[in-house]
Design a protein around this ligand. Structure first.
Ligand code: SAM
Length: 285
């Protein structure tokens, strides 16, 4: 070690799952926490959380490009998205393009994403932005089908009023306050009320691993994992309510089971695809 290093050194150290920037001056050690560790079962090396996303060629197929290019070409710093989201958006939203679709995005901020959705979905689309910040009203552009509603996504009355007043929503994008309580409350109030073939997308779910954003018993990711079981409720032999597997018509299913086709888990995003589910039956042919 050089004399200079003995007098002064900067390094990164990992102590009990937390990463610290360590500064040593004349033997005195100062540590500054630079990341938050994963608070659940899986202790991931925090270096993973710092790894920069690389958008692979797979993410940049020509269909995604329209949306991704819009983002890349935005110069006014009004849209705030992670690069790898664009592939996921296109995969789940493409079938609604150029149709009379109603999109609800929670979290308006500078209004740029509302304009981006309008440009992607086309002339017939109506985009509804919801934000708690009254300043966001300035981004309303009714002539272009962009509406802004001032409301709090953690307030159930606000959410009920929104759903009551708006036409049937086809796509929800939750990019609001990102606390677990906000994400769960919003899903709980809105999911079963959107179109039968709608899509519900929650983004920036990395916040579920950051303690400042955890304000409910379970994170949204944990809550969504429980819904995997609800998808399969038809087969809960051990539960009395579902025991009669030979007479599924009489079984009382959770609403979620009857209206959900699939759940898709991605890095920082979960997508729920809706569908009126038929009673599953098996036959040998
Ligand atoms: C990440 S920004 C939205 C970014 C925008 N969707 C985009 O892609 O550019 C989050 C927004 O959520 C709003 N927000 C925070 N808490 C909220 C709440 N309880 N209800 C509604 N909006 C909230 C903030 O005011 C902020 O404008």
């Amino acid at each position: 070690m050089s004399i200079r290093n003995e007098i002064f050194s900067i390094s990164k150290v990992n102590v009990e799952g937390y990463t610290y920037k360590q500064i040593k001056i004349l033997g005195i050690r100062l540590r500054f926490k630079i990341t938050t560790s994963v608070p659940y079962k899986y202790k991931v090396n925090s270096r993973y959380l710092l790894t920069k996303t690389k958008v692979s060629a797979f993410h940049l197929d020509s269909d995604v490009n329209a949306l991704y290019n819009y983002f890349l070409n935005s110069t006014d710093k009004s849209v705030d998205k992670m690069h790898h989201y664009f592939h996921i958006y296109n995969k789940h939203f493409e079938r609604f393009k150029n149709k009379p679709v109603n999109i609800l995005e929670i979290g308006v901020c500078k209004g740029g994403s509302l304009k981006m959705w309008k440009s992607y979905f086309g002339e017939q689309a109506n985009v509804y932005g919801v934000d708690i910040d009254a300043e966001c009203k300035q981004y309303e552009d009714l002539q272009n089908g962009i509406h802004v509603i001032i409301a709090d996504q953690s307030n159930r009355d606000d959410l009920r009023n929104i759903i009551k007043k708006l036409p049937k929503i086809d796509i929800v994008i939750d990019d609001g306050g990102h606390t677990t309580n906000q994400q769960i409350t919003t899903f709980d109030e809105i999911y079963d009320k959107i179109s039968d073939d709608g899509v519900y997308l929650v983004e920036d779910l990395h916040t579920n691993y950051w303690k400042d954003f955890i304000d409910s018993k379970h994170t949204f990711i944990e809550y969504a994992k429980d819904h995997i079981d609800a998808l399969n409720a038809w087969f809960f032999h051990s539960d009395d309510r579902y025991r009669d597997i030979t007479n599924k018509e009489k079984m009382k299913m959770p609403i979620f089971t009857n209206i959900t086709n699939s759940i898709h888990f991605y890095n920082s995003i979960i997508v729920f695809e809706k569908e009126k589910v038929c009673i599953p039956f098996e036959e040998r042919r």
